[in-house]
Design a protein around this ligand. Sequence first.
Ligand code: 9PG
Length: 812
Amino acid sequence: MDAILENSWLQFSIHLDNLYWSLNWRNDRIPGLRGVRMGVDYRLDGRKWNIRAGSPVLDLNTATLPASPHGPLKQARLSLGPDANGIRWAVTFSLPTNLPMLLWQFTLENEAQSPIYVDRLSVLEAGAGLKDSHLDPPSAIGPLSSPAFFSNGWQSWSYAGVYGPGERFMSTRLPFFRSPTDVNAGTPQPKERGRFSSDFFAVLGDRESRGALVAGFLSQRQHFGSLEAVLNPNDATLRMWANGDGARLDPGEKLESDSACLCSLEVDSPDPFGYFVEAVAREHGLMPPLTELTAQAPARSQGRFSEPGFEIPTGWCSWYQYSSEDYTGELSERDVLKNLAALRALQPGLPLRTFQIDDGFEAKVGDWFAFHPAFPRGVAPLAEEIQASGFTPGLWLAPFILQAGSQTARQHPDWLLRGRLGRPVNAGFLWNNFATALDLTHPGALEYVEKTVHTAVHDWGYRYLKLDFLYAAALPGRPRDPRLTRAQILRRGLEVIRAAGEEAFLLGCGCPLGPAIGLVEAMRIGADTSRRWFPYFRGLGSYVHQEWSLPSVRNALNNAIYRAPLHRRWWINDPDCLLLNPGEHLSLEEVRLSASLIAMTGGSLFLSDDLSALPPSLLQIAEVVTPPIGLRPQILDWFDTNQPQHLRLDLENASGSWHLLAQINWADVPQELPFCQQIFGLEAGQRYQAREFWSGSDYSLDGERVSLPPIPPHGVRLLSARPIQPGVPAYLGSNLHISQGLEVAGWEAGDRRLTLALQRPGQARGEIFLRLPEAPRVATIAGRELDWQAAGKESYRFRVEFEREAEIQIEW
Ligand code: 9PG
C-alpha cells in the first residue's frame, strides 16, 4: 500500500513494503529523493538495537487540519512496532498546503520493562551511497550533475560555507584545542574529499540547474541534529539524524523529536533561505503563524526582530583592545572609565548606545562574585557610571563554563559535568588550562546560573548581557539527570537565564544555534575578529590559516556573509566588533572591507578600539557606518564558491531606490575583478550612475562590461548604483554614510528645482553628489549659499556642513 500527500510544489509517497518514502518536486530543477530510509538506534541491557521497519500501519489524514504555525497541513501517520523489546515508533509526516516543504516528526515509546538509551533517530538516509543494506528499490537523490553542499557549523564560532565535490571539509588541525569548543560531539568531521557534515540544517543542490534542497530541523529543543553528505557527480548521499546522546527513556515514557524539514531552495532567488529560516522563526513564535491570507502574500516585514521600532544594537566592547594574544583579559577599571569618558566626548557625533565590559573584571571565569584586583569596586558602580553617561550598561558573562582552579569548581564538585570515568569534562583548552563545565541538571548548578544572571541584571544594573561559552552546557558527559539530551539541557539553562534577566537584552556567544532561538535577542554568528586577517595561534604561522573558527577578520567576515539569512528572523546577527585601528598586522583595506561587510550584512555594530586614541580618519569610518543599515543583503554567488565576492543590498527612501553593491577581493594579491551590472542581477537595459564609496570615484554603467581599477588584497569595491533617467535629477551618493543615500531625509523635485533634507548625527561635514539636468543657478543650505563644482557629465559635487539636519535648495 502506498500513500500520497501532495501540494502545489511537491508530491510525497510512502511505500510500506520495505518501508521507504520518496519526494518529487513539480519544479524538476529541485532534486528529488527516492527510496529514503529511516530508523532508530538505541541500547537496552547493554546491547545495541536498530529498528528499521516492523509491521507498519498507516493512518492517513489528507483532510486539511486547522491551525499550525505553518498554516493548514495534510498529515500521514506511520506507526511501527512494537519491536521484539516492546519499543514503538511512529513518524508523522505533515505537508503544509502553502509551503514548498515537507515536515516530519518521530515519536518513540518505551513499552519494555527496562529503560532504553536512545542513540540516534535517523530521520533521513538517501542516495546511492547507502550500500550498507540491500535496498530494494535503490535510493537516489537528484539528478545533481554539479552537486554542492552548504554546511552550517555547530555554534557561533564554527565555520559556515559551501563545498563542491573534490573539496575537503574544513575540520580543525588542532582537535586537541578546538574540538570541545567548536564541534558537536554527535557530528562527524570527515577527512576524505567529497564528504561533508553540517549541524542543524544544510543545503544540497546543483550548481548547474540552480535548484537545491534545505534539509534540517525546525527547532533544536529536543536534540541536536546532524547531517552528512557525500558528493560525487550524479551520485550524492545524504544522512540526517537527531542525536539521542544516549539519554534514558524509561518504561512507559515517550519522546517526541523536533520536526525535520525538507524545503526547496532556488539558488538564485533574492532570498534563497527565506522559506526555511522563516519556518524556523514561526516554529518559535518569532513570526506570526501562516494563515490562508498571509500565505498568498507573505509579509516579509513581520516578526519580532523586523518590527520598525526594533533597534539594531550599537556600542563599544572592551575585549579586542584589552586582551592578549593568548586570549586572556588585561582590562582594568581605569581602561573602562577612560573609554567611557572618550565615548561620551564623542557624542552626539557617534551615537553608540551600549557600553559593554567584557572578560577581565571577574576573579576567575566561573567566580562571578569575586573581582579581579584591577576592579577593586566590582562592577556595580561602573554600571551606574555607564548609565549616568547615557549608555546602556553591558556585561560579559560565561555562565556555564568554569576556568581551571575556580572557587566554584572547588567548592561544588557535585556541580561539575563529568564524563564516563567520573572526571570533570574537558570544556576546551582555555586560559592556558583545561576548563570544565557546570552540569545544569544539578539543581544547585542551575540555581547558581540563575543567581549570577539575576545579580548582574538586577543588583549590578546591567541591561545588556553578552553570554559566552554557552556550548559548555551541551558537552557530552554523564549528566546527573540521564533522561535529558544535551540540547534539552542547554535550552533549559537558557530558559533559566531568560527568566532571570527578563528585561535584559541577551546576546548569545559561543552558542549552539538552535536551542537559543527565541531565548536571545542577538547571536554571535561567527568567529571572533582580531587585529589580523589570518588566524594566529601560538606562533604556528600559516599552519593555522585553515582554522576557520579561530579569531581573525577573515573568519569573522566569512560567517557574517554565510549566516546573513538568519538576521532579523531568529535574532539580530552579531558579526563581532569592527576594529578600526589596523595595528601592525591589518591593512586599511582590511578595515574598510570589515566596515563594508558589517554594514551590508546589517547586524550589531560594536567598536572595540581604545576610543581615547583614535585618529579622526579612523573615527570617520565608525561615523559613516552609524546608524547601522540593519538589512539583509543578497549574496549572489553564495552557492558557487566558498568565498562569495558579490553582495547586493536594495535600498529605498524619499530620494528613490538604489543598490549598494560590494565586490570583494579575498585574494592576497590585487585583482581586477570584472564588473558589469548583470553580475549583480541589475537590468541590462537600465543606465546607472555608480559611485565607489571609499575612493569617491564615479562610473557610468550602461550594461557593458566596464573596466574598473584593481581591488587591493582583502579589499572591497563598494558601489552605490542609481538608476538614472535623462533630464531627471538624482541623488548619486555622498561620503556621509556608507549607504550613500540613507542620510537623505527628504527629497522633492519640482520644475527646475530640487529640495532635499540631509540628516546626520552631530556635526556633519562632507560632500554629496547630485545629478542635475543643468548647472545650478541657485544652491543654498539652511538658507546660506552652498559651494558646488561640476564633477563630470551632469553631475555636481556640493560641499556640505551642518548640524544634525539641513535643508538644501537647488534651482537650475
Ligand atoms: C572573552 C572572549 C570575548 C570574545 C568571545 C570569546 O580559546 N578559545 O577557544 C577562545 C575562543 C573564543 C574566545 C576566547 C577564547 O572569545 O567570542 O568576543 O568575549 O571570549 O574571553
